[in-house]
Design a protein around this ligand. Structure first.
Ligand code: SF4
Length: 399
């Protein structure tokens, strides 16, 4: 089926945060997308890529992520949406999401984004604690986050913004249960309809990786990280949020439709430097530098032929298990032509997790228990990957 979703990558940030390995271009704390030549040159390439894409049915979800898309003016955001509309069309009621960072936009710019058609905002708050934000290398502070969230809440209550989400990071250096409880209270006081709570992960090449190697970063032990996740689950579910994926909670009706596309195995278009595209489920990553992206666009005469394959089996299994409803393993195994002996080996491998109550096998459906299984999903997913890599030769995909 042709994709009905698109991800657009805006790589510009004011500065690179200490934990971030995303494909970003830091422009300095005072930079403004509306006047930056770098931004204008990049947007030219982006418009070329969108115009040259093969097109398809109207888009039901669009996600402008980054980077810091709120460094763009509302006219620049409107221009991207218009380009997508010209090439694909935007379906009635489409979810059009934009990532915003506190201290990178004001209320007038927000009004411009909403006038351009944005219906959902994801606010990269990460923490309310100024010391933590400084340690993360973030540019904004807790007061900026509260102010930005206040504008979003107001727009939502007025009916100008269908939904908004707040991102937080847990498992930060020196974090304890009392501190995290305070962070959750601060988040809940802002009444975001959606919350994404990510575990800090240390990525290669980041400042945090170097600090960890030098013994300068004290990460919470694994059992404390699990306690923090338990607390997140308890506080948010008590406040009426549903836990619909490992890192995501939403009030009824506010789960991200675009996120669900990634996890469902449905395809999506990807535009921009570093963007991942999977028009038929098989992922393709764009070059992670502006020069590489420009070269790839210049060298391309037409959209690369689709390999016709869907999302690989291991990915489908892993993204499915990250979601609360889990996966129908028997159906997946049939689609992948797995032998019963291969499935049996997988069952044996995951039996310890089932015995600990982390994994539930309910007929053909496998799912992680909530919250413990979802909180400790990394172990189960590691086992899955190890099992898949042992399959020799890999099972052929079903047509
Ligand atoms: S603002 Fe976001 S994308 Fe930019 S450097 Fe920081 S974490 Fe990375």
């Amino acid at each position: 089926m042709d994709p009905r979703s698109a991800y657009v990558h805006i790589p510009f940030c004011h500065r690179r945060c200490f934990y971030c390995d995303f494909p970003v271009v830091p422009l300095g704390d005072r930079a403004d997308g509306a006047t930056s030549g770098s931004v204008a040159a990049y947007l030219d390439l982006l418009h070329q890529e969108i115009a040259a894409s093969p097109g398809g049915p109207p888009l039901a979800t669009v996600y402008l992520g980054g980077g810091t898309p709120s460094m763009l003016s509302s006219a620049q955001v409107a221009g991207i949406l218009e380009a997508l509309d010209r090439r694909f069309g935007l379906a009635p009621g489409a979810e059009l999401s934009l990532e915003l960072d506190p201290a990178s936009f004001d209320q007038a710019r927000l009004a411009g984004y909403l006038a351009a058609g944005i219906t959902r905002v994801s606010l990269g708050g990460q923490s309310f604690d100024d010391g933590v934000l400084a340690d993360l290398g973030r540019r904004h502070r807790g007061a900026d986050l509260r102010e930005a969230a206040g504008w979003l809440g107001l727009a939502h209550r007025r009916g100008d913004l269908a939904s908004w989400s707040l991102d937080l990071i847990q498992g930060l250096p020196s974090q304890n249960v009392a501190h995290w409880d305070g962070q959750l209270s601060a988040a809940l006081a802002l009444e975001p309809p959606h919350l994404s709570v990510y575990d800090l992960s240390i990525e290669p090449g980041t400042v945090f990786e170097r600090r960890l190697a030098q013994g300068e970063l004290a990460l919470p032990p694994e059992d404390l990280a699990a306690d923090l996740m338990d607390l997140t689950w308890a506080r948010l579910t008590a406040a009426g949020y549903g836990h619909y994926e490992v890192s995501n909670y939403a009030l009824p009706g506010h789960a991200s439709r675009h996120n669900r596309v990634y996890w469902s195995g449905a395809g999506w278009w990807g535009f921009g430097m570093g963007a991942t595209a999977a028009p038929r489920g098989r992922r393709r990553a764009h070059p992670r530098t502006r020069a590489g992206y420009a070269e790839a666009l210049a060298a391309r005469t037409e959209e690369p032929a689709d390999d016709g394959e869907g999302m690989p089996f291991d990915e489908r299994l892993m993204v499915g298990l990250r979601c609360r409803e889990g996966v129908n393993l028997e159906r997946l195994a049939r689609q992948e032509s797995l032998k019963p002996s291969q499935l049996e080996r997988l069952r044996q491998r995951l039996a310890p997790y089932e015995q600990r109550g982390l994994l539930r096998v309910e007929g053909p459906r496998w799912r992680l228990s909530d919250p413990q299984g979802l909180a400790l999903s990394k172990g189960v997913l590691r086992e899955l990957l190890a099992w898949w890599q042992e399959q020799e030769p890999p099972p052929a995909s079903a047509p």
